[in-house]
Ligand binder design. Structure first.
Ligand SMILES: Cc1cc2nc3c(=O)[nH]c(=O)nc-3n(C[C@H](O)[C@H](O)[C@H](O)COP(=O)(O)O)c2cc1C
Length: 194
């Protein structure tokens, strides 16, 4: 089985630190992702210091609690608290940021004739590719990972960690569960062949 088939979201982690070299290998895999005009529009904020991570998780929980108070019927906000428990257990949290507004820095100096929203869409695709690269590298190195967007429920808190917009996060840690592969739709339902 290859790493694509082996990768699963891990939500239970051992209380064991990941070595610095392994974290760097995973980040390096992210940097190898393709991007429009090779602009590499990502930035990773890596939080592995236990106290710093606890500080962040506490602040995110507080912000989510306030949102929940204002929107008590929102089960999605409530569910995001579960992701805070997962982040707390993880050895490393990587905030994935979008190095926005790099259009002028093309290799060839040619401006794209597309709108800024199209440009955002293509740049965000490459950030997704960088994240997937990291998840696959983590799988190869027997490290559990979770792609986690629930941090966006505490946007004010996470946005104070970078001048670039935070778009997602990745949790890393040694696995403490072996979940089954989640079911996927059939190829015939998801593809159009001509
Ligand atoms: C962009 C993105 C954001 C996600 N955010 C969360 C999250 O905040 N919390 C969580 O528990 N899982 C999150 N997931 C994981 C998905 O739930 C998971 O990938 C999906 O259920 C398929 O399961 P698998 O990863 O084990 O194949 C996210 C996945 C993606 C791609």
């Amino acid at each position: 089985m290859g790493n694509i088939e082996k990768r699963k979201s891990i939500r239970k982690f051992q209380n064991k630190k990941i070595e610095k070299q392994i974290i760097q290998d995973i980040l390096q895999a992210g940097l190898l992702a393709p991007s429009p005009k090779n602009r590499q529009p990502w930035q990773f904020v890596v939080i592995s210091n236990e106290n710093k991570k606890k500080e962040l998780v506490d602040a995110m929980r507080q912000e989510i609690a306030v949102r929940l108070k204002e929107n008590s019927n929102r089960s999605d906000i409530y569910a995001s608290l579960e992701s805070m428990n997962i982040i707390e257990q993880a050895s490393v949290l990587i905030l994935v940021c979008y190095r926005y507004g790099m259009v002028e820095q093309h290799d060839d100096g040619v401006d794209w004739q597309i709108s800024s929203t199209d440009l955002e869409a293509v740049e965000l695709q490459s950030i997704g590719a960088a994240v997937e690269n990291m998840l696959l590298k983590a799988t190869e190195l027997e490290i559990g990972s979770l792609w986690c967007a629930d941090i966006l429920y505490a946007y004010k808190t996470v946005s104070s960690y970078s001048t670039n917009p935070v778009v997602s996060a990745v949790c890393l840690g040694y696995k403490n569960e072996m979940p089954e592969m989640k079911k996927r739709n059939a190829l015939s339902d998801m593809c159009i062949f001509y």
